[in-house]
Design a protein around this ligand. Sequence first.
Ligand code: ATP
Length: 290
Amino acid sequence: RTASAIGTPKVPNVKWEDIGGLENVKRAILDTVQVPLVHRELFTSGLRQRSGVMLYGPPGTGKTLLAKAVATECSLNFLSVKGPEVINMFIGESEKNVRELFQKARGARPCVIFFDELDALAPARGASGDSGGVMDRVVSQLLAEIDGLGENTQDLFVIGATNRPDLIDSALLRPGRFDKLLYVGISPDPTYREKVLSALSRKFDLDKDVSLGLLARKCPDNFTGADMYALCADAWMQAVKRKVHMHFLSPRDIFFIEEDDSTVVVKQEDFFQALAELKPSLSLQELAKY
Ligand code: ATP
């Protein structure tokens, strides 16, 4: 995939309410991105702003969601690229593609470039015999672009995400680069899960017997946001199936659903049935590594 295939930057549609918990990270990311944008006058003197954020933590905990939400809330265009794609830009291609990526972002300012799976750029330069090789050139070019964002970086932001901060080239973490490290994880506290479940089901028609607090307590301690997404999607599907079976004789009849009969009410039993069939995607041992 080349830079021209990376897509058009646009403002995403993820609201803060779509994210459950993670209050501290939300605040920190807003301080870094929104405050300089809204209060430009306070930043005309003083030190060059730190414009890069690195989100790290286990998979499925909301890193991509956070990056999109900050772009949505600050009306920033969003350009997303995965670490492995950055490498592919180099293999068989010139550095031109990475330059094109940054050009695209500059042309779409105010803009966020989101680098997912940034650890794919490991091994760290000079390590494991890659010195002078592809990785070396990838990271060098990326650093040159980030450093070249210039003095006025209030309207161009880079956000990186990784599950393996230990693999990240330390040069990427230097001041002026991805220098603000924010941990995005989960909590074994049921309150965290209740907040995530509530965010995920905020557009559901919930039956009055539904207690998300009770459901949160029944979920395993190591449930991630992505696991709870699966739970809500499956519960919704249970509710849809129940409705279809209750009201209609054959699948063909689904075409005759009346306009005013199209609401799907999700019950507590739908959640529990879905929960019984789900396993946490990360084991406690895996989580302990973070
Ligand atoms: P990866 O490291 O695998 O890229 P990630 O941390 O970027 O994962 P996301 O893509 O943000 O994870 O989350 C995956 C899905 O899980 C989201 O689309 C969302 O539905 C759900 N999710 C994760 N965390 C939360 C949360 N805190 N609140 C609401 N939904 C969440």
